[in-house]
Design a protein around this ligand. Structure first.
Ligand SMILES: [Zn+2]
Length: 156
């Protein structure tokens, strides 16, 4: 089902913290007619021109909004990045462990390393809609993730 002009409503935010410092906010809007989802991320601090809403994720191709959280070390700080991915697609991320930078999205939206099919150890991937109204704390690894959504809707 497609709309001539979507009727978006705000779904919620996913706050990315490092301890008590709010690093960024990832937000989503969903069309109340067809379910198409828009998402965007806002950095805290000076506004840059690359931010704002992105999307929409194409439902026809099974695309989903996903959040890639990575462990930090040395010159690579911890971060959580918004991406669009569909089952079967490959995802490239910056990570402190070389084998974790090339990932494959499975049909159930879980993510494994391309090299050996094992779950990545320094990267975690969440479907954005399952963690909205929540937060992640990247100061520990694995990161602490919390959402106010009812348990049965969660897919952590
Ligand atoms: Zn729509």
């Amino acid at each position: 089902m497609t709309c001539e002009s979507h009727d978006y409503v705000y779904v919620g935010a996913f706050n990315v913290f490092i301890e008590e410092e709010l690093l960024k906010v990832i937000e989503a809007w969903r069309c109340r007619v067809c379910g198409t989802v828009l998402a965007g991320e806002r950095q805290m601090g000076p506004i840059s021109s690359t931010e704002g809403m992105r999307g929409p994720a194409s439902q026809e191709s099974g695309e989903r909004w996903m959040v890639v959280a990575r462990q930090g070390r040395g010159s690579l700080p911890p971060d959580a990045i918004l991406i669009k991915a569909s089952p079967g697609s490959r995802v490239r991320v910056e990570s402190i462990e070389l084998h974790d930078s090339s990932l494959v999205v499975k049909d159930d939206l879980s993510v494994v390393r391309e090299v050996d099919g094992e779950p990545p150890t320094t990267v975690r991937v969440y479907e954005l809609l399952s963690v909205l109204k929540g937060y992640i704390d990247l100061s520990v690894w694995p990161p602490k993730v919390f959402t106010l959504q009812a348990k049965q809707q969660r897919q952590l």
